[in-house]
Ligand binder design. Structure first.
Ligand SMILES: CCCCCCCCCCCCCC(=O)CC(=O)SCCNC(=O)CCNC(=O)[C@H](O)C(C)(C)COP(=O)(O)OP(=O)(O)OC[C@H]1O[C@@H](n2cnc3c(N)ncnc32)[C@H](O)[C@@H]1OP(=O)(O)O
Ligand SMILES: NC(=O)C1=CN([C@@H]2O[C@H](COP(=O)(O)OP(=O)(O)OC[C@H]3O[C@@H](n4cnc5c(N)ncnc54)[C@H](O)[C@@H]3O)[C@@H](O)[C@H]2O)C=CC1
Length: 258
């Protein structure tokens, strides 16, 4: 069977794999026979989560660190001799308006910077180093060598009040998709980005329940929070469809946030 027509045997690196959408992706990929490197912060549940799965190893790193990401990729090569799929799930959220007149407080600049650094720069740091490994792969019959999947958000397009930093970081990821595909297509590496709507994870749970309920009510159908495995299923679809490239895919039940 040609490589990338199924997840079986593919070496996959999932950032943010200790929780939420990334964890669901690690779970689905390992069940489908992939060999998975779970990358997450040293302070995360990464070790515990990896131990619960077959063919999964935890390699701790802060995705914003060049040095730590380089070490994760070195260890991936040492253990698995290649890298076929990268799924960038690691990310953080913030809720902060540009200016709170009640508190006479403008959006803290360091908070804006932190969100952009983790979500956008961290995602790019993973990509720029993973490409080096993928480009060394033996191509399949279609000349394919690798697949990269990024995680943006519907906030990239319908950012709510208080989401200027988060939406900027996620719009940047969506904006990177096509130029990335253009840059690395020559190596046989495809790039797609998923824009999830509202999914049932610890990150979304950081919002007040009132806000979560209001958001859920605006999902057209199915009117519920997304299940993390539905995100993971989209990752599997992207890997297994050789003609999906350079695309940003909303996965949101037709939610358009107000
Ligand atoms: C305090 C919560 C901390 C959360 C930490 C991080 C959460 C990050 C979650 C992101 C998860 C990722 C999900 C994803 O990618 C998909 C999505 O984007 S889902 C959408 C998520 N939405 C947000 O993150 C919104 C963030 N904004 C806010 O929570 C609030 O705007 C904020 C806390 C920043 C300020 O609220 P508040 O102090 O109430 O502002 P005001 O007092 O000025 O409010 C005036 C008025 O307007 C109402 N309002 C405020 N924000 C919103 C909003 N986002 N949508 C609709 N209405 C809003 C507010 O209720 C007031 O109305 P009243 O009738 O006067 O009460
Ligand atoms: N839950 C939702 O409704 C939506 C989530 N998203 C995005 O999906 C991705 C995953 O989010 P969730 O699973 O919901 O959140 P989550 O909080 O459950 O998982 C995020 C993971 O990323 C890790 N992480 C954070 N910063 C990191 C860093 N610097 N280095 C390494 N790992 C780091 C965390 O430790 C955590 O394990 C995020 O990028 C988020 O912005 C996008 C749209 C909707």
């Amino acid at each position: 069977m040609s490589k990338f027509t199924s997840l079986k045997g593919l070496v996959s690196l999932v950032s943010g794999g200790a929780s939420g959408l990334g964890r669901a992706t690690v779970e689905r990929f390992t069940k489908q026979g992939a060999r998975v490197v779970l990358c997450d912060l040293p302070s995360s549940d990464g070790e515990k989560v990896a131990k619960q799965m077959d063919n999964c190893m935890f390699l701790p790193a802060d995705i914003t660190s060049e040095k730590e990401v380089k070490e994760v990729l070195r260890a991936t090569m040492e253990n698995y001799k290649c890298l076929d799929v990268l799924v960038n799930c690691a990310g953080i959220g913030v809720a902060r308006k540009t200016y709170s007149i009640q508190k006479n407080l403008p959006h803290p600049l360091d908070e804006f910077e932190r969100v952009l650094k983790v979500n956008t720069l961290g995602t790019f740091n993973m990509i720029r180093q993973a490409v080096i490994l993928m480009a060394q792969n033996e191509p399949n019959e279609d000349k394919a060598r690798g697949v990269i999947i990024n995680t943006s958000s519907v906030a990239a397009f319908d950012g709510q009040m208080g989401q200027v930093a988060y939406a900027a970081s996620k719009a940047a990821i969506a904006g990177m998709t096509l130029p990335l595909a253009r840059d690395i297509g020559e190596f046989g590496i495809r790039v797609c980005t998923i824009c999830p709507g509202v999914f049932d994870t610890p990150l979304l749970a950081a919002l007040p329940q009132k806000a979560i309920d209001a958001l859920t009510k605006t999902v057209v159908f199915p009117q519920r929070l997304g299940k993390p495995d539905e995100f993971a299923q989209m990752c599997q679809t992207i890997v297994e469809n050789p003609y999906l490239n350079g695309e940003t895919i909303r996965l949101d039940g037709a939610l358009r946030m107000v």
